[in-house]
Design a protein. Structure first.
Ligand code: HEC
Ligand code: HEC
Length: 239
């Protein structure tokens, strides 16, 4: 698996992970717990878990990579999170198969878990063990949301976008969406409420909306950019 954008894409494309998180069977769970002994030297999980060599893993499912406060992550891990990498059973299984390959330059010294069944068992055990307390998960409500787009959008809603940067980025958008706010077949995005705007973009990212033209555009946008664009367009007055 190559890194960077493809890892991020994968994260945003995993719309259906809540189902797999609860699919583990009892024997699988015992196996998962045993396998976690490979992680224990560095990671704690469960209520009151603290950071050790690695960040605590409470609330790991639905957590944006590299975001536990007070833990010193590598630049690579923080960049992966900023690019939209969210931990789900799928992204986690892929990371654990070959940590160095999945995020180049991350500093977790763990060689990887070759056996796919082992990875599934560990990840489904971890999904349960980590859910006992939300920890510092910034999307604690994720399990109760129906649309994957909503949880991603919430992350960006909590960010402060820079409208000047948004104006600069908007050059890419106003070739189709006229800045005057006139529609001409393409919906006007001038003056759209910020939260609607952000949700709409994540609905393209997560395939809730299927327009190919917009999907292509938003796949290249990272969270910072989405926040900036929303800040810019929402403050414009339609003419
Ligand atoms: C030798 C110590 C060590 C071992 C063993 C280890 N990890 Fe890690 N892990 C780390 C460190 C350090 C980081 C932070 C990496 C970075 O910042 O680049 C990390 C990061 C992570 C993250 C990302 C967390 C976040 O907040 O984004 C997950 C998930 C994770 N490890 C799971 C596991 C699992 C599951 C195992 C066992 C199969 C494991 N790790 C084994 C040290 C370890
Ligand atoms: C090549 C033309 C094109 C470009 C460039 C483009 N868009 Fe779009 N956009 C569309 C079309 C067509 C739709 C309607 C798609 C649909 O039916 O879902 C749309 C829909 C949207 C919507 C949803 C509007 C609503 O009312 O729900 C938003 C928000 C949006 N675009 C934002 C952007 C932003 C931000 C950019 C620049 C990064 C951008 N678009 C670039 C063509 C474009």
């Amino acid at each position: 698996m190559i890194i960077g954008r493809s890892a991020k894409r994968l994260a945003v494309a995993t719309g259906v992970w809540l189902g797999t998180a609860v699919a583990g069977q009892a024997s699988d769970e015992d196996r998962g717990e045993k396998l976690f002994s490979q992680c224990k030297n560095c990671h704690e999980v469960g209520e009151g878990a603290r950071n050790k060599v690695g960040p605590h893993l409470d609330g790991i499912m639905g957590r944006v990579a590299g975001t536990i406060e007070g833990f010193k992550y590598s630049k690579a891990m923080r960049a992966a999170g900023e690019g939209g990498l969210v931990w789900s059973p799928e992204t986690l299984a892929e990371y654990l198969e070959k940590p160095r390959g999945f995020i180049k330059g991350n500093r977790m010294s763990y060689r990887g878990m070759n056996d796919a069944a082992d990875r599934t068992a560990l990840v489904s055990w971890l999904a349960k063990a980590s859910a006992s307390a939300p920890g510092e998960d910034i999307t604690p409500e994720i399990a109760s949301l129906d649309s994957p787009a909503t949880s991603f959008a919430d992350i960006v809603l909590a960010m402060e976008g820079d409208p000047d940067y948004g104006e600069y980025l908007a050059g890419e958008c106003v070739t189709c969406h006229q800045s005057s706010g006139h529609a001409d077949g393409i919906p006007s995005i001038v003056g759209l409420p910020r939260d609607y705007f952000i949700r709409a973009l994540f609905e393209y990212k997560t395939n809730v909306r299927s327009n190919e033209v917009m999907k292509l555009r938003v796949n290249n946008l990272v969270n910072d950019e989405i926040a900036a664009l929303a800040a810019y367009f929402s403050q414009l007055e339609p003419q």
